[in-house]
Design a protein around this ligand. Sequence first.
Ligand SMILES: Cc1cc2nc3c(=O)[nH]c(=O)nc-3n(C[C@H](O)[C@H](O)[C@H](O)COP(=O)(O)OP(=O)(O)OC[C@H]3O[C@@H](n4cnc5c(N)ncnc54)[C@H](O)[C@@H]3O)c2cc1C
Length: 410
Amino acid sequence: MSETTSPSIEEFRASAQAFLDRTCERRTEETFVWGQGSDKVGMFEEKSKADEQRIVETAKAWRRQLFDAGFGWITGPLEFGGSGLTSAHQRAFLEEATGYRTPDENPFTIGLGMVAPTIQAHATPEVRDRYLQALWRGEVIACQLFSEPIAGSDLAGIQTRAVRDGDEWVISGQKVWTSGAQYSDIGEIITRTNVDKPKHKGMTMFVIDMRDPAIEIRPLRQMTGGASFNEVFINELRVPDSHRLGDVDEGWGVALTTLMNERMSIGTGMGGGGSSLGSFTRLVALAQHFGRNTDPVVRQQLADIYMHANASRWNNLRGLAKIKSGQTPGPEMSIAKLTGTLNGLRTASVVGELLGPRLTADTGEWGTFAWSELIVGLPGARIAGGTDEVMRNILGERVLGLPKDPSHQK
Ligand SMILES: Cc1cc2nc3c(=O)[nH]c(=O)nc-3n(C[C@H](O)[C@H](O)[C@H](O)COP(=O)(O)OP(=O)(O)OC[C@H]3O[C@@H](n4cnc5c(N)ncnc54)[C@H](O)[C@@H]3O)c2cc1C
């Protein structure tokens, strides 16, 4: 779609509705109130390999349909295969989709929320051409290999090494908490390429092939029962130099692109749960279901959540505006992530009050897990992408101008 032929929001909404009517069922109260729909499962839910495979295949087929109909990458630049439309078009599509049971898109959260924007901004034309559209069309799934056993909040402490060998790099080391590595085709990895420089220098980022035999992936089970993340061992993996993201030893700046997008993505509720306006609509429906929507205390709690969900959204829009004007968003994303996860806590508290023991008791009632997953998965959302404490440090230092945390490292 070109600038001159861009549809109005109303026209776009109508075509989105026609597409959704053609491809999905409308939500019923049952599927809406209790979860995201029977075709959606929790990100952290325990599932068999076969179930996981089925979810991934369904998600891929759905992404292909979305992309081919022009709804898969609505704001993406035309030259890279996107639809070249505005964030208002994107919002209109999301609003329309809330009324339908669309398939689970969890397998794409990291690839589209973090890796694709980093590839778009920093990859060579070869890598961009090979993976960008394939990611948005669901042909390729990506994961993020940042954290290591001794480097999480202190990401610049990573030790995975990449050593140059002609036109290739040889990577060895260990990553941990790698979400979705088990079904990913590619990964975005941060490595140390120079040990003589200060630790925020001397790191380089690459796109790697997750199917290479030099990579071993071992699942880690979390307290939700699921095993959505992994330990990843890398033993002399050879990567062409063309798969480097950004300049040699300048990986920190590239990693920030990913982290800012991750914070925005969790803040808007893609991974945080409870903070998005879509989750809010479901929460109101849940209160109505139990006849608690007229209770003044519940109403006040709901209003509080709505207000903070909007605050998070506006911060994200500020960040997006910065990206559009070529600037790097900074503390806006930390505010968005923190307000998002704090709103998850508020949501969890209301949900607990509405559901009472049904939240934990296995009544066999369909979909109850969608809410209990929010409760048991929330601690993870408060850690992933930078912990609440780290977000507060960033805001204290960069927004309030408080003195920097003392550090024992150079
Ligand atoms: C659900 C989930 C999914 C994840 N997925 C991925 C993934 O796909 N890829 C990936 O690379 N990583 C992933 N992670 C890892 C995540 O990025 C790290 O867990 C996170 O950065 C924290 O690092 P850590 O676990 O090493 O904790 P640490 O950094 O050791 O922190 C431990 C505690 O100390 C606090 N702390 C640390 N430093 C400070 C400080 N300076 N001031 C105050 N408090 C501090 C923290 O807030 C925390 O409470 C995931 C984590 C979770 C929970």
